[in-house]
Design a protein around this ligand. Structure first.
Ligand code: NOJ
Length: 567
């Protein structure tokens, strides 16, 4: 009897340990009253690790640098950081050429540094999202080295190898997004391999189940290390037509790289992509994780495909159509916001990232740039959906492209110069203070610090109540404390106004109105509140002299008014 009891006790003990281990590996996140998951209420922030904070003064940012800035991020109002690739890489495409998916590049630190970052972030309630480069690896990845070693190697079919059409002729007319043919000849095995991006980024063959298994395992490996999700790189490009049909040429002439203008009909957005996304989502769901997608879509119908039927693919496909509204046009934004609100999944708003000109320059008029930066923050941080910020946006960092070809670091800026100057301009070091190298590093920064660090930096802006940074903090605070801004519905109002974009966010009996003057003249708006049960607005956050009197709002040029609706 004693034996039986002790066996039962041992069994129960094991069950408890197993349950506790599982719970530690799979954090259960609560949903809010509206059934919203953590990532729906979170504010994401993209960190380009080379440029964020350099702890060892070698001129390149690193993980310890990121850890040292977690308090800053917490105070700013960030809930999740997406770190652009920090895995071992020859750095041809600055990390988007991965040579080991399950490690950290020594330039950025070690796995132990990652663990410290993860645990320090967790203490502050900040989730970590890694960048999963799914379409291709580096040509230095052991998989590719083996693949190219012989036609019969174990990994040959992990990449896309084909015979040329004829001597010196690639298999078809596909051009790389980064210039030149998308095929590179390998004399050793007398075949071409396919690369949508640089030749140093060979495309993985996702039709091979072994590739799929290995890549799915990568996500499991990181989930077990505490990662809360992934941003999936270049998902459009995962599959290619197995028959390699030529892409149609869309118009005469040549692009910045001297290549014909092609429609990527046969090498992007193939339906097979969705099988993989569903599979990755299944694994993500087992770990309560989120998948963010780099999804360049032509319209909302395409965006809907990335959510998947029954929302079983990406939770957060980025809405880049929003970034295509490249002028301060209330009508254009209204149209785009309405379209995304009607989409089948949760909206994901982005205004800047490491591949596009910063929002500060895209919307700025050269005279009121700080004011416009606040206006854009007030817009996308008060919409229904998850916003993804880009480092430096919160202090009004501007794009500072290289001025000569010799200074360019991003390879496409050298091949495409001067038409295409590359992406260095939006990747310059974070401006922490007005001291040496903007407080980014005591070494020589890998890209020069723009002269604007004297006027736009964290230390000085933190002390200035009118700064872009303080405005961001205030909007984010409001977003985190006012349920109308997270859970509320979105309704456009005053839709015929050509200068002011106004909308309501309403949750139960809480209502917030946002009015944004997109013109350089003062504007007055009589809020069209009829039928909404509200009569007036009381200021929660406004810029300059903008304010409300009852249902009348006065806005200074590019002014912002965010108000609580009252009955
Ligand atoms: C998209 C990334 O954002 C970009 O920086 C990179 O060059 C390409 N994908 C290739 O990975």
């Amino acid at each position: 009897m004693k034996n039986v009891i002790s066996r039962i006790a041992k069994f129960l003990f094991c069950v408890c340990i197993l349950a506790l281990t599982a719970a530690a590996q799979t954090p259960a996140h609560a949903v809010d009253a509206e059934g919203h998951q953590w990532w729906q209420n979170a504010v994401f922030y993209e960190i380009y690790p080379r440029s964020f904070a350099d702890s060892n003064n070698d001129g390149v940012g690193d993980l310890k640098g990121i850890t040292s800035k977690l308090d800053y991020l917490k105070d700013l109002g960030v809930d999740a950081i997406w770190i652009s690739p920090c895995f071992p890489s020859p750095q041809v495409d600055f990390g988007y050429d991965v040579s080991d998916y399950e490690n950290i590049d020594p330039m950025y630190g070690t796995l132990a540094d990652f663990d410290v970052l993860a645990s320090e972030a967790k203490k502050r309630g900040i989730h970590i999202i890694l960048d999963f480069v799914v379409n291709h690896s580096s040509d230095q990845h052991p998989w590719f080295l083996d693949s190219k070693s012989s036609r019969t190697s174990a990994h040959r079919d992990w990449y896309i190898w084909r015979d040329g059409k004829g001597p010196g002729e690639p298999p078809n007319n596909w051009v790389s997004g980064f210039g030149g043919s998308a095929w590179k000849f390998d004399p050793a095995t007398n075949q071409y391999y396919y690369h949508y991006f640089y030749a140093e980024q060979p495309d993985l063959n996702w039709r091979n189940p072994a590739v799929k298994d290995a890549m799915f395992d990568v996500t499991r490996w990181w989930y077990k290390r505490g990662v809360a999700g992934f941003r999936l790189d270049a998902v459009d490009t995962l599959f290619e037509d197995p028959n390699l049909q030529d892409n149609p040429i869309t118009r005469p002439g040549q692009n910045a790289f001297g290549d014909p203008f092609e429609k990527n009909k046969y090498n992007t957005k193939l339906p097979e992509v969705h099988d993989i996304l569903r599979g990755l989502r299944k694994v993500a769901d087992e770990h309560d994780a989120v998948l963010v997608g780099e999804t360049w879509t032509a319209d909302v119908a395409e965006l809907n495909q990335y959510y998947g039927e029954g929302n079983n693919e990406l939770q957060l496909p980025m809405d880049f159509l929003f970034t295509m509204v490249n002028k301060l046009s209330p009508a254009e934004f209204r149209k785009q916001i309405a379209a995304v609100n009607a989409a089948s999944g949760w909206p994901t708003f982005v205004i800047s990232n490491h591949d596009i000109v910063r929002s500060y320059d895209r919307y700025g008029d050269g005279q009121h740039n700080d004011q416009i930066a606040k206006l854009m923050a007030a817009l996308y941080l008060t919409l229904r959906g998850t916003p993804i910020m880009y480092y430096g946006e919160e202090i009004g960092m501007k794009t500072t492209p290289p001025t000569s070809k010799e200074d360019v670091r991003d390879p496409i800026g050298r091949t495409g110069w001067p038409k295409e100057k590359g992406r260095d301009g939006e990747r310059t070091p974070m401006q922490w203070d007005s001291g040496e190298n903007a407080g980014f590093s005591k070494g020589t920064p890998w890209l020069p610090v723009p002269p604007t660090f004297k006027t736009h930096n964290v230390a000085d802006e933190s002390k200035d109540p009118d700064s872009v940074l303080v405005f961001y903090k205030n909007v984010l605070k409001l977003r985190h404390t006012n349920p109308a801004l997270t859970d509320g519905s979105y309704t456009a109002i005053n839709e015929s106004d050509a200068n002011v974009l106004s909308y309501l966010r309403v949750y139960k009996d809480h209502g917030v109105v946002v009015a944004l003057n997109m013109s350089d003249a003062p504007q007055k708006v009589t809020l069209e509140l009829k039928g909404n049960g509200f009569a007036a607005a009381k200021s929660l956050l406004a810029t300059g002299k903008s304010g409300a009197s009852g249902g009348e709002i006065s806005l200074e040029p590019f002014g912002v008014f965010i108000g609580e609706l009252t009955k």
